[in-house]
Design a protein around this ligand. Structure first.
Ligand code: B12
Ligand code: SF4
Length: 437
């Protein structure tokens, strides 16, 4: 095809079908290390479709692109080295998808290239999903890899040392990819062993709150908490008592050069992928000594919510690391998001052998009914009232969200009947412990 070969498609002009070989060559020519294609109505993308439809209603197919990272850099215990690698590769992904979009537009194809990760839709913070497209399921559907135990996508050749991008196309493609028929994850569980907050379960469970609280301490919620700490400090000396000088410098670095990730150790230690696995298989002990131990032995601050599974984990597993207690920064501002987010903030270790069922009735601005069942360290959130509850909670929706955000007092809410309990309040205490704040 030639530049400017076709006019931009309108609702009336017929849908274009692109040649997959031509398109793949174009992706590689603009800097992608690999690329794959998926039709928008693939069942695996059902969860993505409402988001795609809202961002670019004309989406008919998706291009997933992969850009490799320099794995030595990601594996370095020096945060400056690993973070520079994440930021530069992230920028590369955005440059690649932007160049690709520009080329396709010159061919008369309408296309949208959402960001690699940030910026995101900040007005949706704590009310909805902030990102436009989830790159991981698109990459998996396009055949570019599978998620390993650590939930990062592992490319069959490059391993997990990749970042992903997606383009939404108003065109069809004459050949689509299919998921790989094997998972490159070798289930070595090194990611489980290396994570400083115990976020990766050996069964593939992921403690979102543990990872997000530590690794993303200088991103969204952690940043908001830092601003509040400044506002709450009586003077400079008081601020210095709350925030170490090195932490202030780290915040400045984040603001000046891009936010610092605190870990990504799950990714750093992963030996999977044809290009890397040979070294690991030749000498597993060497891999451990060279890449896993330095991260485990590193003396560093670890950010945890007091009373969380992560706090107990660091105390037990990494006593030489310094626990830095921080507030929970995921404050839901809608009942829908609160219910969606419950499994993400739930702490299975703290829940222990609690077995209880709760019926919630929200009234006022956001009426809703929900059942929350906790048993065997697992949580289930369902709409409606199911089964016989241990506790019934009826609450004005705004009062409940305000109580969780520590803006409204529980006693006041109970006295004014904005929150009503039926059943033994001990069940509410037990419930609260599973979501440390
Ligand atoms: C949200 C997010 C996170 C969250 C959740 C991680 C996760 N497992 O999904 C947090 C903040 C913890 C995170 C951490 C990291 N991330 Co991230 N993250 C994203 C983002 C924006 C969306 C992820 C997503 O779609 N998940 C959906 C499904 C497929 O993932 P899942 O694991 O099945 O489910 C989890 C999420 O859905 C989450 N979730 C569900 N509902 C909601 C609602 C809200 C409000 C939130 C916040 C989360 C959430 O909880 C589920 C269970 O953990 C993408 C960028 C993008 N636009 O796609 C990057 C992305 C997934 N992240 C990436 C990276 C590199 C990281 C880190 C290594 C960062 C770092 N440098 O330290 C760590 C790795 C942590 C890990 N082991 O997963 C890469 C992964 C590349 C790869 N090889 O797979 C991506 C694809 C960015 C990119 N463009 O390359 N990330
Ligand atoms: S570190 Fe091992 S278990 Fe974890 S994702 Fe990589 S290959 Fe799988």
């Amino acid at each position: 095809m030639n530049a400017l070969a076709e006019p931009i498609r309108t609702a009336e002009t017929p849908v274009r079908t692109l040649d997959a070989t031509w398109l793949r060559d174009l992706c590689l020519a603009v800097g992608a290390d690999d690329a794959g294609f998926v039709e928008v109505d693939r069942p695996a993308l059902a969860g993505e479709r409402p988001h795609l439809a809202s961002a670019f209603p004309r989406t008919r197919s998706l291009i997933s692109i992969v850009v490799r990272m320099n794995h030595e850099n990601v594996r370095s215990p020096a945060r400056s080295v690993a973070n520079a690698e994440f930021h530069h590769t992230g920028e590369d992904v955005d440059h690649v998808t932007r160049r690709l979009a520009a080329r396709l537009q010159r061919e008369g194809i309408r296309v949208l290239n959402p960001p690699m990760a940030f910026p995101m839709e900040a007005d949706k913070w704590t009310t909805d999903r902030m990102w436009i497209v989830s790159h991981k399921p698109v990459a998996v559907a396009a055949g570019l890899g599978h998620m390993g135990i650590h939930r990062n996508v592992i490319h069959p050749r490059f391993g997990n040392f990749i970042l992903l991008g997606t383009l939404l196309l108003d065109a069809e493609i004459n050949a689509y990819g299919q998921p790989l028929d094997y998972n490159p994850c070798v289930e070595c569980k090194l990611c489980v062993a290396a994570c400083p907050v115990g976020a990766i379960g050996s069964d593939g469970a992921f403690n979102f709150s543990a990872c997000y609280t530590h690794n993303y301490q200088e991103f969204m919620g952690g940043f908001s908490n830092w601003v509040e700490t400044i506002a709450d400090s009586r003077n400079g000396m008081d601020y210095r008592r709350r925030v170490k000088e090195s932490e202030t410098i780290s915040k400045w670095q984040s603001l000046a050069y891009g936010p610092n990730y605190k870990a990504a150790y799950c990714m750093a230690v992963c030996p999977a992928g044809e290009d890397l696995i040979g070294i690991y298989q030749a000498n597993k002990k060497q891999h451990l000594v060279e890449f896993v131990k330095p991260l485990q032995e590193k003396r560093e601050p670890i950010y945890v919510i007091p009373g969380s599974d992560a706090e107990a984990f660091v105390k037990k597993r990494y006593p030489h690391k310094t626990i830095r207690p921080v507030k929970n920064s995921l404050r839901a501002r809608s009942i829908a998001n609160l219910l969606r987010g419950m499994p993400l903030s739930f702490q299975p270790g703290v829940a222990g052998n609690l077995s209880a069922r709760y019926h919630f009735t929200f009234t006022g601005r956001e009426p809703a009914e929900a059942t929350v069942a906790i048993s065997g360290g697992k949580i289930q959130v369902e709409s409606g009232h199911n089964g016989e509850p241990n506790l019934r909670v009826t609450a004005d929706s705004e009062t409940w969200l305000g109580f969780l955000a520590r803006e409204k007092n529980l006693l006041w809410a109970l006295l004014t009947r904005r929150i009503q309990l039926r059943g033994n309040p001990k069940w509410l205490l037990a419930f609260g412990k599973c979501f440390p704040n």
